[in-house]
Design a binder for this molecule. Structure first.
Ligand code: CA
Length: 233
């Protein structure tokens, strides 16, 4: 993708300027909005590739902005919030945001998240994706039609639950999935004991796909929030 267009929604001028400067110096195109009304208008009229969205806007809650945009668009939304409360991040993710950053954030962090998002976008659009029935990520390969996963060419002995989890994460590579989202997709509900079971299944799945153990390469944990499949080179 050439020069992705980023819509920056932020009412706080210093933070907005920091983001704009960062985008400019790294050759991204950008648009800005200072409130929710402008954001919704810009999103509809300019079709940005990515949206950076501050949750604390003067005219509308950022969560509501996410819901409205999700009514008609799948554009990746990266939430930027001063709130350190996990509940807000979870609500934003469950409302359709793709990722989040907590203020204060570093420029490097912002760029890293943007790269993850753009990669995911490129994958969604099928660039270099090739055959959609086969997923590859580093040494991990999933043959969806055969229902089999491989690591470094060796077939993984996964339980059906582990396989389901792996596929859900793989199909959403780059995106943070909340505990609630995952348990609802897997079990159709999200009770506390489902979330506890999820941790157990995730641990056994990880042992199988990350034999190294110490440094998780594929599945990233977001403590108190959920999990994300990372794209590995
Ligand atoms: Ca704000």
């Amino acid at each position: 993708m050439n020069n992705p267009l980023v819509l920056v929604v932020e009412d706080d001028a210093p933070v907005r300027n920091l983001m704009i400067t960062t985008l400019k110096t790294h050759d991204y195109r950008y648009l800005t909005a200072r409130n929710a009304a402008e954001a919704l208008m810009m999103a509809a009229s300019h079709n940005p590739d990515v949206i950076f969205l501050d949750l604390g806007l003067p005219d509308m809650d950022g969560i509501e902005v996410i819901r409205r945009i999700r009514g008609w668009s799948h554009v990746p939304i990266l939430v930027i919030s001063a709130r350190s409360d996990d509940a807000d991040k979870i609500e934003a993710l469950d409302s359709g945001a793709d990722d989040y950053l907590t203020k204060p954030f570093s420029v490097e962090e912002l760029l890293a998240r943007l790269r993850v998002t753009i990669r995911r976008l490129a994958q969604m659009n099928g660039e270099g994706g090739g055959d959609r029935s086969v997923y590859t990520n580093g040494k991990l390969r999933i043959d969806y039609s055969a229902g089999v996963a491989f690591l470094d060419g060796d077939e993984l002995k996964l339980t059906s639950m582990e396989y389901k989890l792996l596929c859900l994460l793989a199909r959403n590579t780059g995106k943070v999935l909340t505990h609630t989202y995952i348990t609802q997709r897997i079990w159709g509900r999200s009770w506390d004991n489902d979330i506890a079971s999820l941790r157990v299944f995730m641990a056994t799945l990880r042992r199988k796909i990350e034999p190294g153990g110490d440094s998780p390469k594929y599945i990233q944990t977001h403590v108190g929030i959920g999990y994300r499949m990372l794209k590995v080179d």
